[in-house]
Design a protein around this ligand. Sequence first.
Ligand code: ATP
Length: 295
Amino acid sequence: MTGYRLHTDNLTVSYGKTTALTGINLDLAPDRIHGLLGRNGAGKTTLMSVLASLRRGQGTVRVEGQDPFENEAIMQNVCLIRESGDLLLDEKLTTNLSFLEDARPRFDRTYAESLMATFRLDPAKKPQALSRGQASAFGAIVGLASRAPLTMFDEVHLGMDAPARQRFYHEVLHDFAEHPRTIVLSSHLISEIAHMLETVTILHEGRLLLSNEADDLHVSGATLTGAAEVVDRHATGQQVVGTQDLGPTRQVTVFGDLDEAALAAAERDGLTVGAVPLQDLFIHLTDTDRAEEAS
Ligand code: ATP
C-alpha cells in the first residue's frame, strides 16, 4: 500500500461571510480512485485545498493520520493539480520538470518525458506559451509523473480536447494499476469519468450529500431500454429521472429500490435492463430547481 487515507471530522471552511463547507465527515480509503462531484460552488476545490494544506478550516483533517497543515512530510507527498497550474511561469517545461523532480520524492522523470511525447508537448516551451489544452495536459503530466501517495486532479482535463481526455483517462487507469495510490478526481464530465471511479462523494451547497462505493450507487435504480411504448408502460409509477430517445428506441432511467419482479417482467417484454448512469443519478440528487418544480 502506498496511498494515503483521508479523513475529515466536522470540517467547516469559510471565506469571510461565505461558508464553503459545513460539517463534512468523510473517510476515503487509500489506494483507490475516488470521484468528488458537485455542482458549481459546491465546495470541491475548497475541500481539496484543505487536504493539500493550502487552506485551513475548523474541525479535524487527517491525511494518513496526520494534520496536513504546514506538515512538510505530508505536503511533499500530496499533489493537487488545478486547471490554473502551479508552475514556474518563466521557465521552460523541462526546467519545471527538473524542479518537480527535486521537490517530489516519487517523481518519475522518464515517465514524465514519455507523457510529454504522448501529449505532443515541446519541452522547450514556457508555460505562458501553451494553449489552454496544452496547459491542461502539462498539469496532467505533472500529476501522473509525481506518483504522489495523494494525487488530486481538480478539473484538470477541462481544457483538453476529447482525444487528449481519453488519453488522460487511459493513463490514470494504467499508471494507477502499476503504482496504486490515492487519487481524487473532480469533474463535471461525469459520464466520461464514471467508469474509473471506485467511490463517489457528492458535495451539495457545502454539505456532504453522499459518499459511497460506486457499485452500490449503480444499483439504486435502473435503465430500461427498448420500444418507446413498452418502456413507458414499465416506467409508469416509477420515479423517472432521465429519458433519451434514439429513433423508435427509448431509454429511461428510474430511481429507487426497484422490485426484482418488475425488472424481470420488463426483460420478458424485450426491454434491456441496465445500471443507472452516475450522471443521471447526480442530476437527480443535486438539481434542486427541478426537484422543487416537480413538487
Ligand atoms: P466549481 O465546480 O464551480 O469549481 P467548487 O465545487 O470547486 O465549484 P469552491 O470553489 O470550493 O466550489 O467554492 C465553494 C464556495 O466558496 C462558493 O460559494 C464560492 O463562491 C466560495 N469561494 C471559493 N473561493 C473563495 C474565495 N477565495 N473567496 C470567497 N469565496 C470563495
